[in-house]
Ligand binder design. Structure first.
Ligand code: R5P
Length: 290
């Protein structure tokens, strides 16, 4: 099995290859002066099983184009199998037409991937796993929630409570709470489709003096987390940690979250940044080993 770390997942790809004891084929990449994308696969792939690892965080469209260019190139080099690992899958929140005339963005990306000859697709905590059911190829979504639970189990949290900021993330909070052997609850969140404004319904909690861990799949602008932190702090929570698999942290998200009262933000290396303290490399490697 040959691992190809894509431009967005260079370190993660190297870690996966080391865990599997697999060779790496490098990719060189750059942007032309006018912004167009250049990629080159620097190795022999004929009759080999190939794993391309390419996350699609911001700038999503550039990283998707790199992925499409790489997949087409890899296919033409005659491998026996192509597994595509997309640790953070962009556009997974655009899986339905909320208003007439909107693009079905995720569906379009699905069609391109299928047409580029991918045999298997692996994702991590994709926003709505049901979107994978529409693929005609084999797909699998893994979760980093146990890793998040394990990370926080060394923190000696005081009477921890795990919170999902909305009902869609309740199963994520449940998984983390199983590792921490703690309780879990969820809030009810509503988002205005036009303004993006979030409203969170008040929920009375038993949080006085307790340490809180709020978990989600994505932190984007930080609005969801900030609202959830405020709700727990207003009711007397002690320390509040926030964790997500994919910490996009757009614009002032970090400041927004910390000034709402968070003690720390933790993410994984599906998006490599200053808060990505947890690696999903073993999760991916263990799956690929099977
Ligand atoms: C949406 O339901 C997701 O699970 C996240 O809660 C959301 O993407 C977070 O976005 P933001 O950080 O912009 O509030």
């Amino acid at each position: 099995m040959i691992i190809i770390p894509g431009p967005t997942s260079q370190i993660l790809g190297i870690k996966v290859a080391r865990l599997l004891n697999s060779p790496i084929v490098k990719v060189s990449f750059k942007d032309f002066p006018d912004g167009e994308t250049y990629v080159r696969v620097e190795g022999e792939l004929k009759n080999k099983e190939i794993v391309l690892i390419q996350s699609t965080y911001y700038p999503q469209d550039k990283h998707l184009i790199q992925m499409f260019f790489l997949l087409d190139t890899i296919k033409e080099m005659g491998p026996s199998k192509i597994t595509l690992v997309v640790p953070y899958f962009a556009y997974a929140r655009q899986d339905k037409r909320f208003k007439e005339g909107e693009a079905l963005s995720f569906n379009i990306i699905r069609k391109i991937i299928e047409n580029l000859g991918v045999d298997e697709l692996l994702t991590i905590d994709i926003h709505a796993p049901h979107v994978l059911e529409n693929f005609s190829i084999k797909t699998r979504d893994l979760t980093a929630m146990r890793l998040i639970g394990e990370y926080f189990s060394s923190r000696e949290l005081h009477e921890p409570l795990v919170i999902a900021p909305d009902d869609g993330a309740i199963h994520r909070a449940k998984t983390v709470s199983e590792v921490l052997k703690s309780e879990y609850v969820s809030f009810d969140k509503f988002r205005d489709r036009d303004t993006g404004q979030i409203t969170m319904e008040f929920k009375e909690l038993n949080v006085m003096g307790r340490d809180i861990l709020i978990v989600d799949d994505i932190i984007s602008t930080g609005g969801t987390m900030a609202k959830a932190i405020k709700m727990t702090k207003d009711q007397g929570a002690n320390k509040v940690f926030v964790a997500a698999t994919h910490t996009l942290l757009i614009g002032e998200a970090r400041t927004k979250i910390m000034s709402a009262g968070a003690d720390e933000i933790i993410g994984t290396d599906t998006i490599p940044n200053e808060v990505s303290k947890i690696s999903v490399a073993k999760l991916i490697a263990d799956y690929l080993k099977k």
